[in-house]
Design a protein around this ligand. Structure first.
Ligand SMILES: *[C@@H]1O[C@H](CO)[C@@H](O)[C@H](O)[C@H]1NC(C)=O
Ligand SMILES: *[C@@H]1O[C@H](CO)[C@@H](O)[C@H](O)[C@H]1NC(C)=O
Length: 382
């Protein structure tokens, strides 16, 4: 624990009138970063969508979501049988789990205390890099809105503890971002409706080029805005093989992955690497690690990791368990740790645990240019 942590914590304790905040010094000391702020989609959501209005909002608020969470075994809004990738990254960084969801903290009137002492999660299931993706995914907080909510949070943090303390805190904190899959699902759906050939071989087409253009400019705008607000350490999870989730596989008569969708995602990941390298060259002090979610899925053998199923949902129904949502009464696999996928779209807790481990401190090939651990430990300039 650096001298500054102590100072900030004392300040926070004074501000928060003691009783609201019970933090043992030991808990603080194990942390590699003072706080963590999370932006993204259902792979990272820890409950924001439960507080959004609307019938179409995707919510993991029913059994059997959360069945393997310690203690309760109850749904929390995580799209998993247990913890998700944000939780496991947080655990590696020395936290108990992901910071709480922004809308949960708001409802409990505890947003600023959490923002100052451990962080906030703005991740929202269905969210995309593009605002337009919201239409295809019910209701959610798109990436741009998540960033605006963070800006408002930061202003309130400054009002509490002052601009200098907030700048110091944010510059040393971990900003986890994982978003993009929903944009590819929405794009593929739109293309399939309007034009069945476009997704197949159209990677050079104007439509696809325009899609990439918007994705990259929106992503750049989000990272740049977070940087302006004081973020310096970005742990970014790229887009995985979206064509291999059970919900997409089941559309293929052979049950195989949708190769064209995967190619689209892989090409975007290439643009993302260039984008971040470009931003790091322009924005002094910006440090980042790209977690290669695509490469991890493509180049690790699920069988070797102890999975017996890599194509089917543990919780669901019908072919590949992918024709039904994971809702009360759904079929449940016998051993949830042996399934790569929990539901028709999302990884199981064990799959999330293994990928977070790879991003944090795993083989060099799964992060670039540095690992999440190296990013956390990096000294950056404000
Ligand atoms: C379908 O998409 C392809 C590739 O984007 C394009 O060249 C073609 O003109 C489109 N066809 C129709 C009927 O829109
Ligand atoms: C369906 O899966 C097979 C592999 O089993 C693959 O070769 C094929 O390209 C897939 N079809 C589509 C449309 O992606």
């Amino acid at each position: 624990m650096g001298w500054y942590d102590g100072l900030l914590l004392m300040k926070a304790l004074v501000v928060l009138t003691g009783s609201m905040l019970v933090l043992s010094a030991a808990a603080v000391e194990r942390r590699r970063v003072p706080a963590m702020y999370v932006f993204g989609d259902s792979t990272l959501d820890v409950g924001n969508n439960n507080h959004l209005q609307g019938k179409q909002v995707p919510r993991a608020n029913k059994p059997y979501y959360g069945i393997d969470l310690p203690g309760s075994g109850k749904p929390t809004g995580r799209f998993s049988n247990g913890y998700n990738v944000a939780d496991f990254v947080a655990k590696h960084l020395g936290f108990e789990k992901s910071p709480l969801a922004y809308l949960v903290l708001k409802a409990r009137n505890y947003l600023i205390p959490s923002a100052i002492t451990r962080g906030v999660s703005y991740a929202s299931a269905g969210a995309g890099i593009l605002d337009s993706t919201v239409r295809n995914a019910g209701g959610n907080l798109p990436l741009s809105q998540q960033v605006r909510l963070f800006a408002a949070t930061r202003a309130a943090m400054e009002a509490k503890v002052g601009a200098r303390a907030v700048a110091e805190l944010l510059s040393r904190s971990f900003f986890l971002v994982g978003v993009g899959s929903n944009d590819f699902f929405a794009f593929a759906t739109a293309q399939a409706k309007g034009n069945s050939t476009a997704v197949g071989v159209g990677t050079q087409s104007d439509v696809v080029a325009a899609f990439y253009g918007s994705l990259v400019s929106n992503y750049a705008a989000a990272i740049t805005e977070l940087y302006k607000l004081g973020a310096r350490k970005f742990g970014i999870i790229n887009v995985g093989p979206v064509g291999c989730v059970p919900a997409v596989r089941v559309l293929n008569a052979t049950g195989g992955c949708a190769d064209a969708m995967n190619q689209l995602a892989a090409a975007f990941d290439g643009f993302l690497d260039s984008l971040l390298a470009g931003l790091a060259a322009r924005l002094p002090g910006l440090a980042y690690s790209v977690a290669d979610s695509f490469g991890f899925a493509a180049r690790t053998d699920p069988l070797a990791l102890g999975f017996v199923s890599q194509d089917s949902a543990c919780c669901g129904g019908g072919s590949l368990g992918a024709e039904k949502d994971c809702l009360p009464g759904a079929q449940l696999c016998a051993d949830r740790d042996r399934f790569l996928f929990w539901d028709r779209v999302h990884p199981s807790q064990r799959a999330a645990m293994l990928s977070a481990q790879a991003y944090y401190d795993g083989p060099k090939e799964f992060t670039a240019p540095i690992s999440f651990k190296q990013l956390a430990d990096k000294i950056v300039i404000k």
